[in-house]
Design a protein around this ligand. Structure first.
Ligand code: ATP
Ligand code: MG
Length: 348
């Protein structure tokens, strides 16, 4: 927030200086005028007293209006706004009385109040959106669990039907547990509860290990896997980076149809480490591409039943914390490439 120069005290001081100078000047002139015309000391004293009283009254009236305009009015506006905010109305906004370059303290307070109210409004929207998104994401798997549990409890199911019910129950509960663990991770990252723990390790080994963890899924979908991993030693947080690679690779598998191809590359350029995860899947259109890093956002082509739209939001958060960069290039029906650049973490 920019700190602006205030001209309130200077303007007030100048006004007072002018008023006092004016009183003294007029009093001197009147005194001079009277003593030239009369020797009556009593009359002189009374006349001077009257002039001083009149001038003081004029000054008091001027000062009253000066305070009314310069102090009371803005304070009243500020009080009104703070009362509204205290009652939970964050839509209130104040208009500073001066243009930006002539801002005084009150204008600065008003502008800061506007910013505060806007921030509170934003976090209120985030909170309500979050609650409604989470409730929505919980509702579907819970309904599935309830239906299949009822079905299992009914008589006359053959073994095949029972297996189908159990599979559906297991998938729905996995979805719930993934949701909870992603929310917890996101929460910890946002509140900076888990700080990155840096160590020096071979990134190619970490990527290979994670890819092996997905081997079964890759085989099930008959996906061809191309890996081109240079030997790259980096100094970064392995736990954080694991979140990135597993989300990108699981997305690539999820959004690629049977028989497609997934490629993972790792290269080191100058002091930067670049990882790409590409697939020949359904791709991402322009509109979806703008929103994929938002929490709970899932594109039209998403397998909505297989996720909650938190994966890429987590990835983005991690990359921001580690000081890197993530970009995506994609063509609908052709595939997508996610490129991650980790800056200055290369270990010689
Ligand atoms: N490789 C990809 N190919 C096509 N679309 C993708 C790809 N990766 C992400 N998307 C789009 O971006 C959306 C957001 O991705 P994100 O990983 O955040 O959520 P998700 O995979 O749907 O759910 P979750 O990650 O919580 O399991 C997806 O729903 C999908 O529409
Ligand atoms: Mg995902």
């Amino acid at each position: 927030m920019k700190k602006r120069k205030s001209n309130l005290s200077l303007a007030g001081a100048l006004l007072f200086f002018a008023l006092i100078a004016f009183i003294i000047q007029v009093a001197v002139l009147v005194y001079d005028y009277i003593i030239q015309r009369t020797d009556n000391k009593g009359l002189i004293a009374v006349l001077i007293l009257i002039v001083v009283l009149i001038l003081s009254a004029i000054c008091t009236v001027i000062d009253y209006f000066r305070r009314k305009i310069m102090v009371e009015r803005p304070v009243e506006k500020i009080l009104y706004a703070t009362e509204k905010i205290a009652k939970g109305d964050f839509s209130v906004r104040l208009t500073p009385a001066h243009s930006l370059e002539k801002y005084n303290e009150y204008d600065i307070i008003m502008e800061n109040l506007n910013i505060m109210a806007a921030e509170l409004k934003k976090s209120e929207i985030l909170k309500t959106d979050f609650i409604s998104n989470v409730s929505h994401e919980i509702k579907t798997p819970l309904a599935i669990i309830q239906n299949y549990a009822n079905l299992l409890a009914s008589d006359g199911l053959d073994e095949e039907e029972k297996t189908r019910c159990l599979k559906a129950l297991s998938q729905a509960s996995k979805r719930l547990s993934d949701l909870v663990s992603n929310i917890l991770k996101m929460n910890k990252l946002e509140n900076q509860e888990i700080k990155p723990e840096y160590s020096t390790f071979y990134l190619n080994d970490q990527l290979a290990e994670i890819i092996i963890g997905y081997e079964e899924l890759i085989e099930q979908k008959n996906i061809t896997l191309d890996c081109d991993l240079d030997e790259v030693k980096i100094n970064s947080c392995p736990a954080y980076l694991e979140i990135v690679w597993s989300n990108l690779i699981s997305n690539a598998i999820k959004f690629t149809d049977t028989g497609g191809t997934i490629s993972v590359t790792l290269k080191a350029h100058d002091k930067n480490t670049v990882v790409t995860v590409s697939d020949t899947g359904c791709g991402i259109d322009k509109e979806t591409g703008k929103r994929i890093f938002e929490r709970f956002y899932q594109g039209d082509t998403s397998r909505k039943s297989q996720g909650n739209g938190l994966g890429l939001a987590l990835v983005k958060k991690v990359i921001d914390v580690l000081g890197g960069d993530i970009s995506v290039s994609s063509e609908p029906q052709k595939g997508s490439t996610f490129t991650i650049t980790l800056k200055g973490v290369l270990y010689e």
